[in-house]
Design a protein around this ligand. Structure first.
Ligand code: PAF
Length: 282
């Protein structure tokens, strides 16, 4: 496995592979890799000749007062994990390599960036869209892999790729969960033992809401209210609990068949997000 911090060196390698007719899959990450990331890599390996993984804690997607400086950086352990699953190259650029000048260009995806996490974290999805666009332009992969855990991020990226005619297939990969249902996330490392136990209630609230939707008795606004109260009782500070249409993340109503329930809640200082998809037969 090769490691490079340099865009030019990475592009040289990619050029050689392309000349040899090899296809390229790309998995962008911010490091601190867990089984969820390795699942993305495994899927990528099954769908291309070569796999590139990037590790870059992108400063522009963190707001003032968020955890950019505290975000766990575990580069050595990450490299060992990636070597173990047979990645071809790890791209680990510095902030200066990715943002060498005071950039004038920003990618901003309207509407789907604006509600839910976008409302709670202003500018976050502009940072994500911009860095993902830059990374896709650097790697120019045939396919890029993203986890469904960050469902709104996935929606933003799909919109950007469609709107800008980027020549890449975005592949979404189902969330990997701990045995008690907690979605794997680098931020789980911030939880104390007690908070870690509480955290499983987040997925439980999604499963209960999904069952209530299927049951078709309660109004969606009542289900949302109920689950926000439940999470507050469990010691969370809920940010939002939203029953949405999968295609645009706007509020769903009873006629909609493809639904996603999005939740964000804080335990102590840690903000956790999760979601569940629900298909309704009318
Ligand atoms: O999901 C993430 O880890 C990040 O938001 C991403 C897509 C790597 C962009 O920095």
């Amino acid at each position: 496995m090769k490691c490079t911090i340099d865009i030019k060196a990475l592009r040289e390698l990619l050029k050689q592979w392309r000349r040899a007719g090899e296809s390229v899959a790309f998995v962008p990450t911010m490091g601190n890799l867990h089984a969820g990331h390795l699942q993305l890599v495994n899927k990528a390996k099954g769908q291309a000749d070569r796999v590139v993984v990037s590790i870059f804690v992108n400063p522009t997607q963190f707001g003032a007062g968020e955890d950019f400086s505290l975000y766990p950086r575990t580069e050595h352990a990450d490299q060992e994990k990636l070597q173990g699953v047979g990645v071809d190259v790890v791209f680990m650029p510095s902030v200066e390599e990715m943002y060498p000048v005071n950039e004038l260009t920003k990618v901003s995806v309207s509407q789907v960036s604006e509600n839910h996490c976008g409302a709670a974290r202003p500018g976050h999805f502009d940072g994500v869209a911009t860095v993902v666009c830059k990374l896709l332009n650097i790697v120019q992969p045939d396919k890029a892999f993203f986890g469904e855990k960050d469902f709104q991020q996935l929606t933003v990226i799909n919109a950007m790729v469609a709107d800008l005619n980027l020549p890449v297939d975005i592949v979404s990969v189902p969330t990997v969960r701990e045995s008690d249902g907690l979605a794997m996330s680098s931020r789980n490392a911030y939880l104390t033992t007690e908070q870690r136990e509480q955290a499983a209630q987040l997925y439980l609230s999604l499963c209960v809401a999904a069952a209530l939707i299927q049951n078709k008795k309660l109004a969606y606004s009542d289900i949302e209210k109920q689950q926000i109260e439940f999470l507050a009782e469990q010691g969370f500070e809920p940010d939002y609990f939203s029953i949405c249409k999968r295609k645009d993340l706007l509020a769903a109503n009873k006629e909609d068949t493809e639904i996603v329930i999005l939740v964000a809640a804080r335990i102590g200082k840690t903000r956790l997000i999760d979601n569940i998809q629900v298909d309704i037969e009318n």
